[in-house]
Design a protein around this ligand. Sequence first.
Ligand code: URA
Length: 216
Amino acid sequence: MVINLSEKNSLVNNWISEIRDVSIQTDRMRFRRNLERIGEVAAYEISKTLTFEDREVQTPLGISVCKVLADQPVLGTILRAGVPLHHGMLNYFDKADNAFISAYRKHHRDGSFEISLEYVSCPDLTDRVLILCDPMLATGSSLVKTIHFLKDEGVPKSIHVVCAIACTVGIEYVRREQPGVTIWCGDIDDELTAKGYIVPGLGDAGDLSYGTKQQQ
Ligand code: URA
C-alpha cells in the first residue's frame, strides 16, 4: 500500500514545496524542520492505523475512559539523512523505542555504487510495529537491504516506511521485494538519474540537513 500525503491539499504540500526549493533549502534549519514536520504528520496519520485500548484516567472531577495507544512502535532510521524525519516522528510517538542503522552508498570509479550497512542498534522487533524513516526513497535498494537486515532482530508485526519524496521505481522495488510494507510519502516523482538521484526531487537530503561530506 502507498499513501501519498500530498494527494489531498494540506500543509504537507507547503513543506514539500519548501524542501524542494533551491532558494529556501539553503536555510538548513528550515530544511530540517520541514522534514521534521512531515515526520510529525506521518506519525499522526500512521497512528490512526494502530491498535488503541481503553484506559481509566483520574481527572480532578472523576474518571474518564480514554483510548490510548496499546503498544509503542519502534522507530527506525537510516543514518544520517533520516534523522530529522525520525525526530519528527519521535515528537509524536514520544514513548517509542528506536533503531538506528548506518547505510551508505559506497561509490565505485565507474559511477556504480553498492549499499554498505555497518552499524545497527535495534531492540527485539518480534511482533512490534516498525516504522522506518528514509527521506528519499530512490532505488529502494538501501531500504530493502535494511529491512532484510532488521528482520534478523525479530519479525515485526507490520512495517511502515516514511519518506518525504519517493520515486516510482523505488516504490515498485520495495513492493516487489517486501510486499507487506506500507509506504507513506510526502510526494512521488517519476524520474531517477543514473547516479540514483530523484528528479525533480530536492538534491541530497543528508547534505542539505547536515552539510557536504567526503565521498566514501
Ligand atoms: N538520496 C537523496 O538524498 N536524494 C536523492 O535524490 C536520492 C537519494
